[in-house]
Design a protein around this ligand. Sequence first.
Ligand code: ASP
Length: 321
Amino acid sequence: MSIYTIVIHGGAGTILKEDMTPALESSYQKGLKDALNAGYDLLANGKTAVEAVLAATMSLENNILFNAGKGSVFAKDGSQEMDASIMEGKNLYAGSVSAIKNIRNPVELAYTVMTKSPHVMLSGKGAYEFAKMQGIKMEPDEYFFSQFRYDQWKQMQGSNETALDHNVVVKDLPAGQAGKKFGTVGAVALDIHGDIAAATSTGGMTNKQFGRVGDSPIIGAGTYANNKTCAISCTGHGEPFIRAVAAYDVSCLMEYRGLSLEDAMKVVVHEKLIKMDGEGGMIGADAKGNTAMVFNSEGMYRGRISSNGKNEVAIYKNNML
Ligand code: ASP
């Protein structure tokens, strides 16, 4: 029987065990496991990789702990603008949305752009109008609000700094609530039919200029899938990932230089991105059933399940939970 597998991430950054309480750690583990199972159950029932990455990413978007959908970070003007994308490896179809507000599941809108429009990318007001026409679920601002991300933003408000949400230390919060550990989300999967897909969704970076678009909705930068090579979803400081065309570069290293999935990801994350101050990581899968989770930061919320028995979630460097 052919292998099927799903890998997810919930963001990378300065995620340290000493900043975590046991209760918060188990909430993250549960969030990761729920998302993995949402995708894996579909794969086990013969559904497609694209359906699996959509379900896993939506599960993470609905979890306030992660910086995507509900619980997204705040931009400079106090708004919560989100980006998301999805791509199918068998036909290179893709859909993406950027700088959108009040959409409950940005990745679902990206999927709808891919399946119900002739376009690849929609942004801002146009994306919102399209979502209304398609009957996509909307939510008021309050739905997306979380106190800890609001406090993170308050600490940076008025400065010209932006930060990966995991890297903002919020002072004067109870242990375990310090703001280092929330993240962009993504999934990659291989289905029983031998097809791969990738999806990514984010609130972006804390205190970003409103209207700023990160790597997550940019096909080839934060997300890429091609059955010939790999499916990749990235997380980290978006600007270097865009300049490095990070996700597509992994595909190129595999296609043109014959590197394995993991070796190609290591070249991009540990060599190329490091030279550009590109902190973060990525998850990957290929059509043969190989998977990898590579990052150059202190930690990355991550996990994978595979029909060959692999089943794990992890948070810190060198520390599988
Ligand atoms: N890559 C995202 C962005 O720059 C942020 C993240 O991964 O946390 O928008």
